[in-house]
Design a protein around this ligand. Sequence first.
Ligand code: UTP
Length: 293
Amino acid sequence: MRIRKAVFPVAGLGTRFLPASKVVPKEMLPLIDRPLIQYAVEEAVEAGCDTLVFITNRYKHAIADYFDKAYELEAKLEAAGKHELLEMVRDILPRHVQTVFVTQHEALGLGHAVLCARAIVGDEPFAVLLPDDMIWNRGRGALQQMADIAERDAASVIAVEDVPREHTHRYGIVSAERVDDHLARVRGVIEKPRPEVAPSTLAIVGRYILSPKIFELLQTTRAGSGGEIQLTDAIAALLRDDPVLAYRFIGRRFDCGNRLGMVQATVHLALEDPELHNAVVAMMRERLALETN
Ligand code: UTP
Protein backbone atom coordinates (compact mmCIF):
# COMPACT_ATOMS: atom_id res chain seq x y z
CA MET A 1 0.00 0.00 0.00
CA ARG A 2 1.27 3.44 -0.92
CA ILE A 3 1.94 5.79 2.01
CA ARG A 4 -0.17 8.95 2.17
CA LYS A 5 0.58 10.36 5.59
CA ALA A 6 3.86 11.81 6.79
CA VAL A 7 4.64 12.62 10.41
CA PHE A 8 7.14 15.34 11.29
CA PRO A 9 8.16 15.21 14.95
CA VAL A 10 9.26 18.78 15.64
CA ALA A 11 8.53 19.17 19.34
CA GLY A 12 12.13 18.83 20.54
CA LEU A 13 13.77 21.68 22.40
CA GLY A 14 16.53 22.29 19.86
CA THR A 15 19.04 23.19 22.57
CA ARG A 16 21.99 22.92 20.19
CA PHE A 17 20.77 26.06 18.44
CA LEU A 18 20.34 28.22 21.50
CA PRO A 19 20.11 31.15 21.75
CA ALA A 20 18.45 31.41 18.28
CA SER A 21 16.09 28.51 19.07
CA LYS A 22 14.78 30.38 22.11
CA VAL A 23 12.38 32.14 19.74
CA VAL A 24 12.94 30.59 16.29
CA PRO A 25 12.20 26.84 16.09
CA LYS A 26 15.29 25.16 14.64
CA GLU A 27 13.09 23.77 11.84
CA MET A 28 12.55 27.36 10.73
CA LEU A 29 16.25 28.25 10.56
CA PRO A 30 17.04 28.87 6.90
CA LEU A 31 19.26 26.89 4.62
CA ILE A 32 19.97 29.91 2.42
CA ASP A 33 16.40 31.15 1.82
CA ARG A 34 14.19 28.22 2.76
CA PRO A 35 13.52 26.94 6.24
CA LEU A 36 14.94 23.53 7.07
CA ILE A 37 11.46 21.98 7.36
CA GLN A 38 10.66 22.84 3.74
CA TYR A 39 13.19 20.33 2.44
CA ALA A 40 11.64 17.39 4.34
CA VAL A 41 8.12 18.51 3.41
CA GLU A 42 9.03 18.56 -0.30
CA GLU A 43 10.53 15.09 0.02
CA ALA A 44 7.28 13.78 1.58
CA VAL A 45 5.06 15.42 -1.05
CA GLU A 46 7.28 14.05 -3.83
CA ALA A 47 6.86 10.57 -2.31
CA GLY A 48 3.07 10.92 -2.66
CA CYS A 49 2.06 12.08 0.83
CA ASP A 50 -0.99 14.34 0.93
CA THR A 51 -1.46 14.61 4.71
CA LEU A 52 1.38 16.13 6.71
CA VAL A 53 1.16 15.71 10.48
CA PHE A 54 3.38 18.00 12.53
CA ILE A 55 3.98 17.08 16.17
CA THR A 56 4.75 20.42 17.73
CA ASN A 57 4.81 22.19 21.08
CA ARG A 58 3.37 25.47 22.28
CA TYR A 59 6.46 27.46 21.28
CA LYS A 60 6.41 26.45 17.63
CA HIS A 61 3.58 28.50 16.13
CA ALA A 62 5.97 29.74 13.45
CA ILE A 63 5.81 26.33 11.74
CA ALA A 64 2.01 26.46 11.44
CA ASP A 65 2.19 30.10 10.30
CA TYR A 66 4.70 29.19 7.61
CA PHE A 67 2.36 26.64 6.01
CA ASP A 68 -0.71 28.86 6.40
CA LYS A 69 -1.97 31.20 3.69
CA ALA A 70 -0.52 34.73 4.06
CA TYR A 71 -3.43 36.81 2.69
CA GLU A 72 -1.92 40.25 3.30
CA LEU A 73 1.48 39.36 1.90
CA GLU A 74 -0.09 37.72 -1.18
CA ALA A 75 -2.32 40.76 -1.80
CA LYS A 76 0.67 43.11 -1.57
CA LEU A 77 2.84 41.03 -3.88
CA GLU A 78 -0.03 40.81 -6.37
CA ALA A 79 -0.66 44.57 -6.28
CA ALA A 80 3.07 45.22 -6.78
CA GLY A 81 3.13 42.85 -9.77
CA LYS A 82 5.75 40.64 -8.08
CA HIS A 83 4.41 37.48 -9.66
CA GLU A 84 7.49 35.34 -9.21
CA LEU A 85 7.57 35.98 -5.47
CA LEU A 86 3.83 35.44 -5.28
CA GLU A 87 4.18 32.02 -6.92
CA MET A 88 7.00 31.14 -4.56
CA VAL A 89 4.89 31.97 -1.50
CA ARG A 90 1.86 30.12 -2.89
CA ASP A 91 3.88 27.06 -3.86
CA ILE A 92 5.14 26.34 -0.35
CA LEU A 93 2.51 23.59 -0.29
CA PRO A 94 0.64 22.16 -3.28
CA ARG A 95 -3.15 22.59 -3.05
CA HIS A 96 -3.96 18.91 -2.64
CA VAL A 97 -1.82 18.65 0.51
CA GLN A 98 -3.32 19.23 3.95
CA THR A 99 -1.51 19.91 7.21
CA VAL A 100 -2.48 18.76 10.70
CA PHE A 101 -0.85 20.05 13.89
CA VAL A 102 -0.80 17.96 17.03
CA THR A 103 0.65 19.22 20.30
CA GLN A 104 3.04 17.02 22.25
CA HIS A 105 2.46 18.46 25.71
CA GLU A 106 5.75 17.23 27.15
CA ALA A 107 8.95 16.35 25.28
CA LEU A 108 8.95 12.69 26.36
CA GLY A 109 10.99 11.50 23.39
CA LEU A 110 10.79 10.77 19.67
CA GLY A 111 8.76 7.57 20.23
CA HIS A 112 6.19 9.48 22.24
CA ALA A 113 6.05 12.20 19.56
CA VAL A 114 5.25 9.58 16.91
CA LEU A 115 2.57 8.06 19.17
CA CYS A 116 0.90 11.50 19.29
CA ALA A 117 0.08 11.03 15.56
CA ARG A 118 -1.91 7.82 16.14
CA ALA A 119 -5.42 9.31 15.91
CA ILE A 120 -4.58 11.05 12.62
CA VAL A 121 -2.66 8.22 10.98
CA GLY A 122 -5.07 5.43 11.94
CA ASP A 123 -4.50 1.96 10.55
CA GLU A 124 -2.25 2.50 7.54
CA PRO A 125 1.50 2.50 6.91
CA PHE A 126 2.99 5.97 7.26
CA ALA A 127 6.23 7.91 6.97
CA VAL A 128 8.21 9.66 9.69
CA LEU A 129 10.66 12.36 8.65
CA LEU A 130 13.05 14.16 10.99
CA PRO A 131 13.67 17.51 9.31
CA ASP A 132 17.11 17.78 11.00
CA ASP A 133 18.32 15.26 8.46
CA MET A 134 18.37 17.09 5.16
CA ILE A 135 18.91 14.59 2.34
CA TRP A 136 20.05 16.06 -0.92
CA ASN A 137 20.26 14.39 -4.29
CA ARG A 138 19.69 15.11 -7.94
CA GLY A 139 17.26 12.27 -8.59
CA ARG A 140 14.35 10.82 -6.67
CA GLY A 141 14.16 11.79 -3.02
CA ALA A 142 15.12 9.35 -0.27
CA LEU A 143 11.52 8.88 0.94
CA GLN A 144 10.27 8.11 -2.54
CA GLN A 145 13.00 5.48 -2.92
CA MET A 146 11.89 3.96 0.39
CA ALA A 147 8.17 4.12 -0.45
CA ASP A 148 8.77 2.03 -3.59
CA ILE A 149 10.49 -0.67 -1.53
CA ALA A 150 7.88 -0.61 1.25
CA GLU A 151 5.17 -1.10 -1.35
CA ARG A 152 7.02 -3.80 -3.29
CA ASP A 153 8.03 -5.86 -0.23
CA ALA A 154 5.07 -4.99 2.06
CA ALA A 155 7.54 -4.16 4.82
CA SER A 156 8.52 -1.33 7.13
CA VAL A 157 11.64 0.43 5.83
CA ILE A 158 14.17 2.48 7.76
CA ALA A 159 16.84 4.63 6.18
CA VAL A 160 20.41 3.79 7.16
CA GLU A 161 23.88 5.08 6.46
CA ASP A 162 27.37 3.84 7.33
CA VAL A 163 28.96 6.01 10.00
CA PRO A 164 32.47 5.98 11.51
CA ARG A 165 32.56 3.49 14.42
CA GLU A 166 33.47 6.25 16.87
CA HIS A 167 30.08 7.87 16.14
CA THR A 168 27.79 4.90 16.92
CA HIS A 169 26.83 6.42 20.30
CA ARG A 170 25.02 9.21 18.41
CA TYR A 171 22.58 6.94 16.51
CA GLY A 172 20.25 3.99 16.58
CA ILE A 173 22.36 1.16 15.14
CA VAL A 174 20.97 -1.87 13.28
CA SER A 175 22.24 -5.41 12.90
CA ALA A 176 21.07 -6.66 9.55
CA GLU A 177 21.40 -9.40 6.94
CA ARG A 178 22.43 -8.19 3.52
CA VAL A 179 19.94 -8.56 0.66
CA ASP A 180 21.80 -6.42 -1.89
CA ASP A 181 24.02 -3.29 -1.97
CA HIS A 182 21.18 -1.07 -0.77
CA LEU A 183 18.91 -3.39 1.18
CA ALA A 184 19.23 -5.52 4.31
CA ARG A 185 16.82 -7.38 6.60
CA VAL A 186 16.93 -5.87 10.07
CA ARG A 187 17.56 -8.41 12.84
CA GLY A 188 18.06 -6.02 15.74
CA VAL A 189 18.29 -2.34 16.65
CA ILE A 190 19.94 -0.65 19.58
CA GLU A 191 19.83 3.00 20.58
CA LYS A 192 23.14 4.87 20.89
CA PRO A 193 25.53 1.94 21.59
CA ARG A 194 29.13 2.66 22.58
CA PRO A 195 31.54 1.93 19.68
CA GLU A 196 32.97 -1.17 21.40
CA VAL A 197 29.54 -2.84 21.74
CA ALA A 198 27.84 -1.57 18.54
CA PRO A 199 26.68 -4.56 16.43
CA SER A 200 27.55 -2.69 13.21
CA THR A 201 28.20 0.80 11.90
CA LEU A 202 24.85 1.03 10.07
CA ALA A 203 23.12 4.02 11.61
CA ILE A 204 19.43 4.89 11.39
CA VAL A 205 18.86 8.34 9.93
CA GLY A 206 15.68 10.40 10.04
CA ARG A 207 13.42 8.63 7.51
CA TYR A 208 11.11 5.74 8.35
CA ILE A 209 8.16 3.98 6.74
CA LEU A 210 6.35 2.16 9.48
CA SER A 211 3.53 -0.30 9.91
CA PRO A 212 0.70 1.11 12.07
CA LYS A 213 1.46 -1.76 14.50
CA ILE A 214 4.19 0.51 15.83
CA PHE A 215 1.55 2.52 17.73
CA GLU A 216 0.51 -0.41 19.96
CA LEU A 217 4.16 -1.10 20.64
CA LEU A 218 4.91 2.54 21.44
CA GLN A 219 2.03 2.54 23.88
CA THR A 220 3.81 -0.05 26.00
CA THR A 221 7.40 1.14 25.40
CA ARG A 222 9.02 2.38 28.61
CA ALA A 223 11.48 5.26 28.76
CA GLY A 224 14.87 4.05 27.52
CA SER A 225 18.14 5.76 26.63
CA GLY A 226 18.21 9.34 27.98
CA GLY A 227 14.96 8.78 29.93
CA GLU A 228 12.96 9.23 26.70
CA ILE A 229 10.46 6.94 24.96
CA GLN A 230 12.58 5.80 22.05
CA LEU A 231 11.21 4.97 18.60
CA THR A 232 14.13 2.53 18.23
CA ASP A 233 12.85 0.42 21.16
CA ALA A 234 9.42 0.09 19.53
CA ILE A 235 11.07 -0.85 16.21
CA ALA A 236 13.01 -3.56 18.08
CA ALA A 237 9.64 -4.93 19.25
CA LEU A 238 8.08 -4.62 15.77
CA LEU A 239 10.86 -6.79 14.36
CA ARG A 240 9.68 -9.82 16.29
CA ASP A 241 6.54 -10.20 14.16
CA ASP A 242 6.97 -7.98 11.11
CA PRO A 243 9.53 -7.57 8.33
CA VAL A 244 11.67 -4.45 8.69
CA LEU A 245 14.16 -3.51 5.98
CA ALA A 246 17.17 -1.23 6.28
CA TYR A 247 17.69 0.82 3.14
CA ARG A 248 20.87 2.65 2.16
CA PHE A 249 19.35 5.56 0.31
CA ILE A 250 20.89 7.32 -2.67
CA GLY A 251 21.64 10.88 -1.63
CA ARG A 252 23.81 12.91 0.68
CA ARG A 253 22.62 13.50 4.24
CA PHE A 254 23.44 16.58 6.28
CA ASP A 255 22.77 16.50 10.01
CA CYS A 256 21.32 19.97 10.40
CA GLY A 257 20.52 19.30 14.06
CA ASN A 258 24.00 20.59 14.89
CA ARG A 259 25.97 23.66 13.87
CA LEU A 260 28.59 21.95 11.70
CA GLY A 261 25.95 20.06 9.71
CA MET A 262 24.02 23.26 9.16
CA VAL A 263 27.15 24.99 7.82
CA GLN A 264 27.99 22.02 5.58
CA ALA A 265 24.46 21.94 4.15
CA THR A 266 24.46 25.69 3.56
CA VAL A 267 27.79 25.62 1.73
CA HIS A 268 26.71 22.58 -0.30
CA LEU A 269 23.45 24.21 -1.39
CA ALA A 270 25.23 27.48 -2.18
CA LEU A 271 27.66 25.62 -4.44
CA GLU A 272 24.74 23.89 -6.17
CA ASP A 273 22.96 27.20 -6.77
CA PRO A 274 23.87 28.70 -10.16
CA GLU A 275 23.35 32.24 -8.87
CA LEU A 276 25.60 31.80 -5.84
CA HIS A 277 28.17 29.28 -7.08
CA ASN A 278 30.87 31.57 -8.49
CA ALA A 279 30.79 34.13 -5.72
CA VAL A 280 30.97 31.43 -3.05
CA VAL A 281 33.89 29.68 -4.78
CA ALA A 282 35.74 33.01 -5.08
CA MET A 283 35.18 33.73 -1.40
CA MET A 284 36.41 30.26 -0.42
CA ARG A 285 39.54 30.56 -2.56
CA GLU A 286 40.36 33.90 -0.98
CA ARG A 287 39.77 32.55 2.52
CA LEU A 288 41.78 29.37 1.92
CA ALA A 289 44.69 31.41 0.54
CA LEU A 290 44.73 33.34 3.82
CA GLU A 291 44.68 30.07 5.81
CA THR A 292 47.72 28.66 3.97
CA ASN A 293 49.80 31.87 4.17
P1 UTP B 1 16.72 15.54 19.01
O1 UTP B 1 17.28 14.39 19.77
O2 UTP B 1 17.55 16.08 17.89
O3 UTP B 1 16.39 16.68 20.05
O4 UTP B 1 15.30 15.08 18.47
P2 UTP B 1 16.02 18.19 19.84
O5 UTP B 1 15.32 18.61 21.08
O6 UTP B 1 15.29 18.44 18.56
O7 UTP B 1 17.41 18.98 19.71
P3 UTP B 1 18.60 19.24 20.77
O8 UTP B 1 19.28 17.91 20.92
O9 UTP B 1 18.02 19.76 22.05
O10 UTP B 1 19.44 20.28 20.07
C1 UTP B 1 15.15 14.33 17.28
C2 UTP B 1 13.82 14.68 16.64
O11 UTP B 1 12.74 14.28 17.48
C3 UTP B 1 11.89 15.38 17.78
C4 UTP B 1 12.76 16.61 17.58
O12 UTP B 1 11.96 17.75 17.30
C5 UTP B 1 13.64 16.18 16.41
O13 UTP B 1 12.95 16.33 15.17
N1 UTP B 1 11.41 15.20 19.18
C6 UTP B 1 12.26 14.81 20.14
C7 UTP B 1 10.07 15.43 19.45
O14 UTP B 1 9.26 15.81 18.57
N2 UTP B 1 9.64 15.24 20.73
C8 UTP B 1 10.47 14.84 21.73
O15 UTP B 1 9.99 14.66 22.87
C9 UTP B 1 11.81 14.62 21.42
